[in-house]
Every structure is written in structure tokens, then in C-alpha cells.
Design a binder for this molecule. Structure first.
Ligand code: SF4
Ligand code: SF4
Length: 116
């Protein structure tokens, strides 16, 4: 009896659409209610550290002396506390597709971004 059930499932799955997508070549549509991810404009940041203090998960690290701003994406819960508190609107919630990365890049300083 189990063979019949298995054969039935096997045959049905031969003609069904796959249950998974070919990530990342097939881009998943964005749900309107999702908050997305934090986007950062380093050129307007004053490195005040408010976002770091507001972050409930400790995902943000601001180094005022070296003018660097880092976020640990896997620690971020997309609560938007940092973007709400930023006095320069340097942070925002971006609801767009984020492609995969293969290289772990160090955060850029403002000078590196502006080319100065
Ligand atoms: S709160 Fe805004 S201006 Fe201050 S460090 Fe964070 S991103 Fe920069
Ligand atoms: S969205 Fe929330 S969890 Fe993510 S970095 Fe900002 S304050 Fe931290």
C-alpha cells in the first residue's frame, strides 16, 4: 500500500511546478507590509551614536573617532528604532530586494564614499 502512495506522489511531483524558486536568479516579489532592511547614507551621518543607543539588539556600531558605521544584518530585527531616532535622516527602511553577496566588505568611511 505504501508503494502505491509513494508512486502516486512521485508521478504527481513529475508534473507539478517546483515548490521552490531558483534563488537568486528568480527574484521574490516584495510583500507590501514588510519593513525591508536598513539603508544608510554615510554622507549625511554625524556619527552621534544615537542609532547605536536605540538599537535593541546591539546590531549597530558607531565609531566616532574613525568615522565608521557598521550594522550586523543578521542581528537586525527591522524594528526601525534607529531610523526613527536618527537626527540627520541618514537611516531609512528600504523595502527592496537584497541580492546575495559573496564578499564580506568592510564598512566604508565617509571619506572613502565621497572619494576625498
Ligand atoms: S543616529 Fe544617524 S547621524 Fe547619528 S550615528 Fe546614527 S546614522 Fe549617524
Ligand atoms: S532596525 Fe532596529 S534592530 Fe535593526 S539596526 Fe535599527 S534599531 Fe537595530
Amino acid at each position: 500500500m505504501a508503494y502505491f502512495t509513494m508512486a502516486k506522489d512521485t508521478l504527481a511531483n513529475l508534473f507539478r511546478k517546483p515548490a521552490t524558486r531558483m534563488y537568486p536568479s528568480v527574484v521574490r516579489e516584495i510583500f507590501p507590509a514588510t519593513r525591508g532592511h536598513i539603508a544608510m547614507d554615510i554622507t549625511t551621518c554625524i556619527f552621534c551614536g544615537i542609532c547605536q543607543k536605540k538599537c535593541p539588539t546591539g546590531a549597530i556600531k558607531v565609531d566616532r573617532a574613525n568615522k565608521t558605521w557598521e550594522i550586523e544584518r543578521l542581528a537586525c530585527i527591522a524594528c526601525a528604532s534607529c531610523s526613527d531616532a536618527c537626527p540627520k535622516q541618514s537611516l531609512s527602511m528600504e523595502n527592496t530586494y537584497t541580492g546575495p553577496v559573496t564578499i564580506l566588505e568592510k564598512p566604508k568611511t565617509r571619506e572613502e564614499v565621497s572619494g576625498a
